[in-house]
Design a protein around this ligand. Structure first.
Ligand SMILES: [Zn+2]
Length: 198
């Protein structure tokens, strides 16, 4: 051990115990090392990280009861991966109909097949500003016929052209926002401490 180490023997032991059984991939290690290079944390920042870590669940052993509760809470509709079952099947059918391809075509023409974020004309895709599944839910649409009748679904003001990369980025941002909105107050508290949310 380095004699100039800023950690006490006790804290080194604690750190070693908390990392027991955990291993990072080479890629992760490289990323971690790069992201920390030259970085100087303020005392305030360090205090926040410490506080957030002390609340973190990683590495803790949970009781069977807790794990069962978490599993129930994360299943079905509450799971962030949940895409709405039947609605997803319906949405696939709607996307195959003429109205959908016509809506898409009109938006691409209006935006000149150009990404409205980075202005490239490569791989143009049409993004729903208000989510497709949200509209289906709002109007209680259960069939393709009902969808064809719904004006809001075919409103070209609800679509915008993005290239493949910008589209992926924007979808990820939206997903993250929804995840934060769905998460409980504990998660919000940690994110607040880390200055990720206002
Ligand atoms: Zn783009």
């Amino acid at each position: 051990m380095c004699k100039n180490s800023k950690y006490s023997k006790e804290s080194i032991l604690k750190m070693s115990l908390s990392h027991k059984g955990k291993c990072h991939s080479l890629e992760t290690k490289e990323k971690m090392s790069k992201s920390h290079k030259g970085k100087v944390f303020t005392e305030e920042h360090k205090r926040k990280i410490g506080l957030a870590n002390s609340f973190s669940l990683t590495g803790r052993t949970m009781s069977e009861e807790t794990r069962r509760k978490m599993s129930i809470a994360r299943s079905g509709e509450k799971n962030w991966k949940w895409k709405g079952g039947c609605e997803l099947v319906l949405s696939r059918k709607i996307r195959k109909c003429f109205e959908y391809s016509d809506w898409r075509r009109k938006i691409l023409i209006r935006d000149n097949h150009t990404c409205q974020e980075c202005r490239t004309t490569k791989n143009p895709q049409v993004h729903h500003i208000k989510r497709f599944l949200v509209i289906l839910k709002e109007y209680n649409i259960k069939t393709v016929e009902q969808a064809i009748e719904c004006q809001e679904l075919w409103d070209i003001n609800n679509g915008i052209t993005y290239c493949k990369d910008c589209h992926r980025y924007i979808e990820n941002q939206d997903r993250l926002k929804r995840k934060i909105a769905r998460s409980n107050s504990y998660n919000l508290f940690v994110l607040y401490l880390l200055n990720l949310v206002e």
